[in-house]
Write a protein that binds this ligand. Structure first.
Ligand code: ADP
Length: 499
């Protein structure tokens, strides 16, 4: 490993943290209990600062503000183009503060500063603009109906939205939900992940600066079992949108059902396969496969943790993959030479290392990596396993870390069958030049998105979401707007019409 730059001193001057309280009804406030918790820097495991810890009482206050903003405030009542203009301004402010926002996710999430600055934060602004442009194009249909009646449909905002998000992409997760929800005219209570509480507060501040009315966007930091659970079981929240683990998704859906039957959309875990056929350009395939799992240190729900390589190219592929792993630089996420920063938190770090141990015990061969790097912070060398069997834990469970399982296959039919042998169905990748293989595999794999000769190619205009236990509901694209709208039909008699 060229891990020499690990945990090196930051070359970027990190700005002081500005916002640490809860944001409710347009103001930064302390939590009712006065409690706070630490925001951790995963480069060292030490605290950056303390942030207010919200609980049920704080969620209640935020919901009250969001309810008032929705039931009586201007946001859902103004024209779509007025909402769009405020959202455009919000996007401009995000771009203006791109470095500071990128630094927050790098210092708190261990994410590469360069990626946050070039992709995550501009992506958040682009997301807002996309939905801002849709805000004045939300309309229903005219219904001719049977003789003597006519009608029309309205697409109305669903109401107060609870948004519970994870820590791996704090900016994208925030806006993939806030973009369409705000365009629809909803108000929101957002609970960021306890691992990454900082940047969401900054967004709340910028939203206010852009002119978003008080109460429309509330941010309550806190823990899942307290603040998160208070959202999913709240009687005054009209919809919950969640991204996170399948285990927690199940709890959220149960709590929603047991309270006011609020609809939920869930974007959950994955164990996504990547199928590499013999006709592939091997160097390109190695690059795609490597980034598909090691991008963002493997902390990405679509990570292709199961890589199936056709037997004719297997040996060469493995050799080149190891060479690439050896050139991979792990270290301080602010250092521009670095490819991979620390895992986001200690719990996750320990879980990944224990999966790696488990893989070895189950009989898989650890070809390279898989060890902790250094003695400070949560750095792990990318791990590549061969001789993996589908019934091994590392091939079945979502690890959410830099761990690749390599498997060999003979025929397309076999590869499809094995790729589908999972309870998940979030994403899949196929690398081939053969159009028939590409078409057949794309249509045969049960997953919400199939990447052909690429991977993790996300776009706000491309719907995204799970099959099977990876959840339901689509994010991105105009489909996502429907998650935050409901249809009302209005019917009236029409007299003396011959039609
Ligand atoms: P991960 O396993 O990736 O950390 P989780 O699914 O545990 O993801 O967490 C994602 C989000 O769900 C976080 O904001 C977390 O606080 C929240 N959460 C965790 N447990 C619950 C729960 N029981 N009810 C509601 N939200 C929860």
């Amino acid at each position: 490993y060229n891990g020499s730059s690990k945990a090196s001193e930051s070359v970027f001057k990190i700005p002081p943290i500005k916002f640490t309280k809860l944001f409710i009804n347009g103001k930064f406030v302390d939590s009712v209990s006065g409690k706070t918790f630490e925001a951790i820097d995963p480069r060292t495991g030490e605290a950056i600062t303390r942030v207010s810890e919200g609980d049920k009482e704080d969620i209640d206050l935020a919901v009250k503000a969001a309810r008032q903003a929705f039931d009586h405030g201007p946001w859902p009542r103004m024209s779509g183009s007025e909402r769009g203009m405020i959202m455009m301004k919000f996007a401009d402010l995000i771009e203006k503060n791109v470095e500071e926002l990128a630094a927050l996710d790098a210092i708190n999430g261990g994410k590469l500063f360069s990626h946050c600055k070039a992709m995550d934060i501009p992506g958040a602004a682009r997301n807002l603009r996309y939905y801002a442009g849709a805000a004045d194009k939300i309309h229903g249909t005219v219904l001719k109906l049977s003789k003597g009646f006519q009608g029309y449909t309205l697409r109305e905002p669903i109401g107060v939205v609870g948004s519970i998000i994870p820590w791996n992409f704090p900016a994208i997760m925030f806006f993939m939900k806030a973009g369409p929800a705000l365009a629809a005219g909803c108000s929101m209570v957002v609970k960021p992940a306890e691992q990454t509480p900082l940047s969401a507060l900054y967004y709340a501040y910028l939203a206010k600066l852009a002119g978003l009315p008080d109460g429309v966007l509330n941010v309550v930091n806190g823990f899942g079992e307290t603040a998160g659970a208070a959202i999913s079981s709240h009687m005054d929240i009209d919809k919950v949108t969640f991204t996170g683990s399948t285990e927690v998704g199940r709890k959220i859906m149960a709590a929603a059902a047991a309270s006011n039957l609020k609809p939920v959309s869930l974007e959950l875990g994955g164990k996504s396969p990547l199928l590499i056929f013999e006709d592939a350009d091997i160097d390109q395939a190695v690059n795609i496969a490597f980034n598909a799992i090691f991008y963002n240190k493997g902390e990405i729900c679509v990570a292709s943790s199961r890589v199936y390589v056709q037997e004719g190219i297997y040996q060469t592929f493995v050799k080149k993959l190891v060479e690439k792993a050896n050139a991979w630089v792990i270290g301080d996420p602010f250092d521009p030479r670095v490819n991979q920063g620390p895992q986001t938190d200690k719990k996750q770090f320990e879980k990944i290392l224990s999966y790696i141990e488990h893989g070895k015990r189950e009989g898989a061969t650890l070809l390279t990596g898989g060890k902790r790097l250094g003695s400070k912070g949560f750095y792990i060398e990318p791990a590549i396993f061969t001789d993996v069997k589908e019934d091994m834990t590392i091939a079945k469970e979502e690890i959410f870390g830099p761990v690749m399982s390599l498997m060999k296959f003979k025929t397309m039919e076999e590869a499809i069958k094995r790729a589908n042998n999972t309870t998940y169905g979030l994403a899949a990748g196929v690398i081939t030049k053969n159009l028939n293989v590409a078409n057949t595999v794309s249509r045969s794999i049960r997953a919400g998105i199939i990447w052909l000769n690429c991977y993790t190619a996300f776009d706000v205009d491309c719907p995204y979401g799970g099959y099977k236990m990876s959840g339901f509901g689509r994010e991105f694209g105009l489909d996502a707007l429907n998650q935050y709208l409901q249809i009302k039909s209005i019917v009236t008699p029409i007299h003396d019409s011959p039609w």
